[in-house]
Design a protein around this ligand. Structure first.
Ligand code: A3P
Length: 304
């Protein structure tokens, strides 16, 4: 269906902030829970690729990289549609007449690349059964929290949040959409020992994009020439993506995303958290990280 027509036909009563409902220990947006059966019963296909992240960990960045790798650096092919149309977001549900992520994915021919923010225990089981390849991107808790904070203001259908201090409490206790950052990154880290999962870090992508793009190509079994690789590095830089309407979400109507509040492509850096965290908040995150990630071998860099 034509998304633009769907946006126009949406009943104005739905153009307001959503609420959360807790499901299996994870707060999810009410619409998702109302449509949980088709999400849980989603039929993955063996050649599906899933991109999974905690919200604001660099999802769009890795999506653009993957699309460019799959199309061997062909910029025109990657400009065929906005990123959210190229890769359906499987648990996304907005009121009718807007299509759900499941419906969009079902209408898409194989091979599909799909997006999800679900924690590992809520991923539809067919992805495991079909042994689908999955790329996970994790970002350090502090930058991730700051990015998610700003996103709540510009994403007009996201649930209400309080001020920075109140929001940080909710972030640390997992009382925000898609739940605890700590459980998310650890759950997927442990899953990679049992499934074909490429686990990447935002900080590594920032430090050496070419190295991380090579990992993606290798994981997908694709060869890239140096020329292709350079084009991909260039096209997926923060500045290029910030200026690219097919990647920067400016094609969304402002009742869904209002870039005047805060642009989707906001800073794109490692260490921006230092402008927001008090020393006490920063130490608290370090403590919780040490406790919640203990014994997993999973560590994060908060500056480069
Ligand atoms: P900031 O808010 O810190 O700027 P997601 O796609 O998961 O919603 O994540 C969005 C975050 O990734 C935003 O972080 C955005 O700026 C950043 N981002 C998107 N593309 C990027 C790129 N090419 N390079 C660096 N950061 C990028």
């Amino acid at each position: 269906m034509d998304l633009k027509a769907g946006w126009q036909d949406l009943d104005p009563k739905y153009k307001k902030r959503t609420t959360l409902v807790e499901f299996e220990g994870v707060p999810l947006i009410t619409y998702m829970l109302e449509n949980w059966d088709p999400i849980w019963g989603f039929q993955a296909r063996p050649d599906d690729l899933l991109i999974c992240t905690y919200p604001k960990a660099g999802t769009t960045w890795i999506q653009e990289i993957v699309d460019m790798v799959q199309h061997r650096g062909d910029i025109e092919k990657c400009a065929r549609a906005p990123i959210y149309e190229r890769m359906p977001f499987i648990e996304m549900c907005l009121p009718k007449p807007l299509p759900s992520g499941v419906e969009e994915a079902e209408a898409m021919p194989s091979p599909r690349t799909l997006k999800s923010h679900l924690p590992v225990h809520l991923l539809p089981p067919s992805f495991w059964k079909q042994n689908c390849k999955i790329i996970y991107v994790a970002r350090n808790a502090k930058d991730n929290a700051v990015s998610y904070f700003h996103f709540h203001f510009m994403a007009k259908l996201m649930p209400e949040i309080g001020n920075w201090d109140q929001y940080m409490e909710d972030f640390l206790t997992g009382k925000i959409a898609w739940g605890s950052w700590f459980d998310h990154v650890r759950g997927w880290w442990e899953a990679k020992d049992r499934h074909p999962i490429l686990y990447l870090f935002f900080e590594d992508m920032k430090e050496d994009p070419a190295r991380e793009i090579r990992k993606v190509a290798q994981f997908l079994g694709l060869d890239l020439s140096e020329l292709d690789l350079n084009r991909i590095v260039q096209h997926t830089s923060f500045e290029s993506m910030q200026a690219n309407p097919m990647a920067n979400y400016t094609t969304m109507p402002s009742f869904i995303m209002d870039h005047a509040e805060s642009p989707f492509m906001r800073k794109g850096t490692v260490g921006n958290w230092k402008k927001y965290f008090t020393v006490a908040q920063s130490e608290r995150v370090d403590d919780i990280c040490a406790r919640k990630l203990a014994g997993s071998g999973l560590t994060f860099r908060t500056q480069l």
